[in-house]
Design a protein around this ligand. Sequence first.
Ligand code: ADP
Ligand code: MG
Length: 288
Amino acid sequence: MTTHTPHSATHAKKPAQSGGSLLDVQHLHKAFGGNQAVNDVSFNLQAGELLALIGPNGAGKSTTFNLVNGQLAPDSGNMTLDGVSLLGRKPHELWRMGVSRTFQIAQTFGSLTVAENVQMALLSADGKSLSPWQRATHYRRADALALLEQVQLDAQADRPCSALAYGDVKRLELAMALANEPRLLLMDEPTAGMAPDERHALMALTRSLVNQRGVAVLFTEHSMDVVFEHADRVLVMARGALIAQGTPAQVQADAQVQSVYFGSGKTFGALHETQALHANTLTLREQP
Ligand code: ADP
Ligand code: MG
């Protein structure tokens, strides 16, 4: 699990190919009662690719995300990682296979140092656990510091996690998610609650890790400026279905995407003006 698929310098805008995908998702369906939350969703993801999943509230993004990370089981469909089926596997099995997600740091970890949080993730990656009264202070400390250096947090290694600024907590989450040397990293709204500068800094950092490690990233995101600036490709969902996929430029130009987000007569150009006015993230809502 320590081997990484090498990335090429030209990976960034490489179109997805049907063969040789790292993650291949085919015809996923998931209903809650009569509500088809995910309806025939198919996509793939290559090593070294940053793929955004966007859509209005209730579109089915989180459900899709939770199907891929094993928290939910699909009603039908197929998912493979490097050709190996992911069906029926629990999150911890997926974690062993190299599927990681950004941790939401538990409150109890706030009293630990920044390094100890990463050390806890390393313990978990090694299939070990601690008794409640033990601390991970000495466990693979050099590896923890190396991970912190990658997210530019090494200078803060010995501070309590609770003392970190919000943007630094998100970096720490990223370092923890890298503890099992993932091939696929899943990030659900990684920049939620961040200021615009911090959002771009976090995604630029994510991009550099993608390039260095050849890891593939699937992330959901509300902030359109983040998506269009940083994603290689974008999947757009509405009412459970995938309505478009392509490069940021392609989906921005897509009439169906524009109509779902803005109704007729509005464009992403108008969105940018609105964003400039409010200087903040827009939470997108589906048009009636
Ligand atoms: P998004 O993340 O795009 O906002 P979700 O995947 O959370 O959308 O939700 C898609 C649809 O599935 C919504 O109609 C939502 O109400 C429904 N849904 C999501 N999770 C559940 C659940 N656990 N039980 C019942 N309905 C759910
Ligand atoms: Mg959601």
